[in-house]
Ligand binder design. Sequence first.
Ligand SMILES: Nc1ncnc2c1ncn2[C@@H]1O[C@H](COP(=O)(O)OP(=O)(O)OP(=O)(O)O)[C@@H](O)[C@H]1O
Ligand SMILES: [Mg+2]
Length: 244
Amino acid sequence: MDALLRLQAVHTHIGAYHILHGVDLDVPRGQLTMLLGRNGAGKTTTLRSIMGLWRVSSGRVLFDGQDIGAASTPDIARRGIAYVPETMGIFSDLTVAENMTLAARAAHSQADLDAERLEWIFALFPALRKFWLHPAGLLSGGQKQMLAVARAVVEPRALLLVDEPTKGLAPAIIQNLISAFRELKGTATTILLVEQNFNFARQLGDQVAVMDNGKIVHRGAMAELAEDTELQQRLLGLSLSAHQ
Ligand SMILES: Nc1ncnc2c1ncn2[C@@H]1O[C@H](COP(=O)(O)OP(=O)(O)OP(=O)(O)O)[C@@H](O)[C@H]1O
Ligand SMILES: [Mg+2]
């Protein structure tokens, strides 16, 4: 298997706390890998460790074959990894257009944004066209999440890390996000997506990794886990009612 991102025995400490206990994770090129796990399992810490926002204490983070474990966050971003944090990281006082421009490395003003790519983004998230010149703070929760994802893909990226995009969103909005991520998958962008919403995960994931206590405890095809309710129950504590 051709892994664009590979974590080997990654340990991360936050201050005195030992949070990641030897994470082994392969993210195949061109696929969407779901990272699932209970609250506090270490999913966000894993994404932050990849981005260099937490320094890994030991182990290797290989991106396209190169060890980025000691690289700075700006350097990691320049190599083509984009991160949509749980907090979305958008600027409420700035317009949607300004938020997008700031996210584009090559753009100094709105005029520098790639018009064709912008049209593609507007097709994915029509609300962004509508609110283009409005402050991002006026957007609904779902529209903010769409802006956060749009910012991450304002320029082509090799790898997209997304932390719980469905958090707090209504089912109809989640359906919009599913369509948008399906479209993104079609562009062969490699995606590592953290989720708690199993219904969302099962509809989008190619591969799945499940974390518990700072370790990966299961890896495989999403379709396999989606069919195996006993395994879901064991790994995630899901019951059938959670699927409705
Ligand atoms: N800044 C921090 N200082 C101390 N401990 C932290 C810090 N951030 C996270 N932790 C701890 O690390 C563990 C993993 O947290 P993490 O946020 O990675 O989990 P998660 O899987 O993303 O959980 P959730 O689903 O709730 O977002 C938790 O026990 C958490 O309390
Ligand atoms: Mg988290």
